[in-house]
Design a protein around this ligand. Sequence first.
Ligand code: SAH
Length: 291
Amino acid sequence: GKKYCNLKHYYKLMQPHTKEGLGLCNKEIFTELCRINKCQYIHYTLEDNNVIPLLKHVYVTLQAEKTFEDGPLPSQWINCDLRHFDLSTLGKYDAIMLDPPWDIHMNLPYGTLKDKEMKALKIRQLQDNGVCFLWVTGRALELGRECLTEWGYKRVEELVWIKTNQSGKIVRSGRTGHWLNHSKEHCLIGVKGDISKINRNIDCDVIVSEVRETSRKPDEVYDVLERMVPGGRKIEVFARPHNRRKGWMSLGNQLPGIYIVEPDVIRSFKKSYPEVPLEEIMEKYRNLDTE
Ligand code: SAH
C-alpha cells in the first residue's frame, strides 16, 4: 500500500540560537545579515520528494516505481494562440501565473494583445478556487487590476521584484520607464473561491533577484506560489520555452509543439481538437522534455 504522504512538508530550521520571536528571515533581502547558519531568524526548508523522513529508507529499498500521482508531473506545454485556445479543455488549477504581452507602447520582441483581448481571455475557466499571479507593468498596473476583476478575482496582494545584477547586491536599473528608470516589476496577486487551503504568511512580498533575458521573470516566484499551494495543479499562461517546469502546464505561442501527460487532459484535448495529430506532435517533441 501507499505508505507515504502526498503532501509537501516544510520544516522550520531551528538552530540553538534561532529566536522565534524575531519571525522569518527572507534570505533574499537580508543577504547582508543572513548567513543562514548564523542567522537568528527562522528559515523553512522543503522536505524532498514528498516523502516523510522515516519512510524514505523503505521507499528506496523497495525501489517502488513512481507514478505521476506520487510526485510532481513532468513539465507539460501547449503551443497555442491564447486568444482562441479553448481553456476549458485543461481542467481546473490551484495556481495560475500570467505574464501577458500587455499593449504598453514599448518595443517588444513579440506581439501584444489589445486591452479588450486581455479582458476577454477566459481565465475564469481555468480556476474555481485558488490563487492567481499576474505580472503587470506601466499602464497595466491599472489594466491588470481590471482584468483580475473581470476574471472573477479579488486582488489581495502585490509582490515586487527588485532587479539586481548577478552579485545580487547592486540594484540594476533598466532603460524602461517614462519618468523614472525602472528597477522593479510588479505582480498582482488575486484569489477566488474557496481559499481556506492556501498557505498564508510564509513568504514576503519582495523578491530580490538578478535580471536575465528581456521580460524573463525570476525563478523565485515559482517557489513562492508553490509554498502557497503545495503540490497543487499549476499553469503558466504566456510562457516561453525556458519557463517550462516540472509540475507546471505552460501555454504560449513560442512553445515547441505540444506535450501533455495527464490522461484526463489528453482525453479532453482530443475531444476539442480531433483534427490535431496529438501523438505525432508529442512524439516529435518528447525529447525536448529534458527535466
Ligand atoms: N514570463 C515570460 C515572458 C513572457 S513574454 C518569461 O519569464 O520569460 C509574453 C509571451 O507571450 C511571449 O512569449 C509572446 O510570444 C507570447 N504571446 C504573445 N501573444 C500571444 C498569443 N496571442 N497567444 C499566446 N502567446 C502569446
